[in-house]
Write a protein that binds this ligand. Structure first.
Ligand code: SD4
Length: 319
């Protein structure tokens, strides 16, 4: 028995790669890392790794994390610049007994010492988005449409579970801003005795509910991953609206150690990818309903192709 679930359609190719590894008895850590690296390396996904959208100073600062559900080891980097694969650095850090979460210059120094690949992560395409956005003078910081964090949860045949995330965070964020993705319990959590979860959306709001830990906690109480996801998102969405008048985008996925999975969202159109034993990787679309309830449907081939086509369309002003 093995399984893998990941946020957004952009993870499809990575999940397929990771799933092939799991199918052959590969390790959940290797599969999670390989899946996320695939997304980091693809230049047209403008929210993860190479090609990620910059902060307001036009610098690409990346957040990533890794958690081993057997040992509960956590490693993370935040606001790291000029390294090709932040998820691999996070995984390497997870093996450090202390100093396992590093930010900015400290993270870069560690990556350099460990021989990780340096790369200028700012593409011409990302620059074009930057200038376009400058002209629009949009001031509200929010998850950019088509701009999302990749998060994966893996279960391997030995029963080990892992979670990993990677993102450029919010477009036009302040220098040094850190979202939920490298924050254990908020952006991700994995416990092989129970299951794993990961989140995407407005980090500032996801953190208020420590939503990934909450989902794993609910699964530990015996809830099915689908119920755990819906309950956690429904509650956080309600609390935020009640106390603050509004809630940012909140989308989550989870898998338990039996390979059962779930997803929930408070937006219309959160896509995610699932791969399990005996099945090819599938893309699903989740739609928010009442009280955290969600409907998940398989996405059509047309939808899957359009997603990539729109991501690869020319940016106005590029050239
Ligand atoms: C962040 N949660 O940095 C990330 C961004 C994201 O969809 O997931 N966008 O707040």
């Amino acid at each position: 028995m093995w399984g893998m679930i990941a946020t957004w359609r952009m993870a499809l190719e990575g999940v397929s790669k990771g799933a092939a590894m799991l199918e052959q008895g590969g390790d959940a850590g290797d599969a999670a890392e390989a899946a996320v690296r695939e997304v980091e390396d693809f230049p047209y996904y403008k929210s993860v790794g190479y090609g990620g959208l910059p902060n307001e100073d036009m610098e690409v600062e990346l957040d990533a994390a890794y958690m081993d559900g057997d040992t509960l080891d956590v490693g993370a980097v935040a606001a790291i610049r000029d390294y090709a694969n932040p998820v691999s650095i996070a995984r390497r850090l997870s093996r450090e007994p202390v100093n396992s979460v590093l930010t900015g210059e400290g993270a870069e120094r560690f990556a350099h010492k460990e021989g990780f690949e340096r790369k200028n992560m700012l593409t011409d395409r990302a620059k074009a988005f930057y200038w376009k956005r400058k002209k629009e003078e949009e001031t509200e910081l929010k998850p950019y449409k088509g701009h999302d964090t990749v998060g994966v949860v893996c279960l391997d045949q030995r029963g080990k579970m892992t979670a990993a995330t990677s993102t450029s965070g919010l477009f036009m964020k302040k220098k040094g801003r850190v979202g939920d993705s490298p924050m254990v319990g908020s952006g991700f959590y994995a416990d092989s005795k129970v299951g794993g979860a990961t989140a995407t959306g407005l980090g500032e709001d996801l953190m208020k509910g420590c939503v990934s830990y909450e989902i794993v906690r609910l699964m530990k109480e015996g809830l099915h991953p689908q119920e755990a996801c819906e309950r956690a998102v429904g509650l956080l969405d309600r609390e935020l609206k009640e106390r603050r008048g509004k809630a940012g985008d909140l989308s989550v996925i989870a898998m338990n150690n039996k390979g059962e999975w779930g997803a929930a969202t408070n937006i219309q159109g959160f896509s995610f990818v699932v791969s399990a034993e005996g099945e090819a990787s599938k893309v699903y679309l989740a739609m928010a309903g009442e009280d955290g309830r969600c409907t998940c449907e398989e996405a059509s081939n047309q939808w899957i192709e359009d997603y990539v086509r729109t991501r690869m369309a020319p940016v106005e002003g590029q050239g």
